[in-house]
Design a protein around this ligand. Structure first.
Ligand SMILES: *[C@@H]1O[C@H](CO)[C@@H](O)[C@H](O)[C@H]1NC(C)=O
Length: 128
């Protein structure tokens, strides 16, 4: 019994470490003009979308990938920007000069943080 319990704890710790390891830290900004996009041209992809910065862009290889994005804190004097929610977005565009890791749609940004903050710290995981 004690052995099974410690196995359960070990698996729990490993699962926890893995989920932490899979979450990538970065920063997020937002944008408001969604079409045309670098991935889909004039096709409308809705508003739960984001644009990838150069380090993630991979020559368009990231197009259509789905990320779960969580606000982790402020980068500027807006003291408590995070809403505590996460948001799932699809990459539809490229933002060579957006100044963050991900450029979220205004709607996606507003789901996880106060847009007044402009730029926030995030963690993101690819989930699709
Ligand atoms: C997104 O990440 C948050 C924080 O890690 C988690 O609570 C939530 O369940 C995740 N949502 C999805 C759809 O993966």
């Amino acid at each position: 019994m004690a052995f099974e319990k410690s196995l359960t704890i070990i698996f729990g710790v490993v699962a926890c470490l893995l989920s932490v390891a899979l979450a990538t830290p970065g920063t997020a900004t937002f944008y408001t003009s969604y079409v045309p996009s670098a991935c889909y041209g004039n096709k409308d992809s809705g508003v739960m979308i984001a644009a990838a910065s150069d380090p993630l862009w991979a020559n368009g290889g990231i197009c259509g990938k789905v990320f779960n994005v969580t606000c982790t804190g402020p980068t500027n004097p807006v003291p408590h920007p995070c809403t505590g929610q996460s948001v799932v977005v699809k990459i539809v565009d490229h933002c060579p000069g957006c100044g963050g890791t991900l450029d979220l749609s205004r709607e996606a940004f507003a789901a996880i943080a106060n847009p007044v903050a402009g730029i926030i710290k995030i963690e993101f995981n690819q989930i699709g």
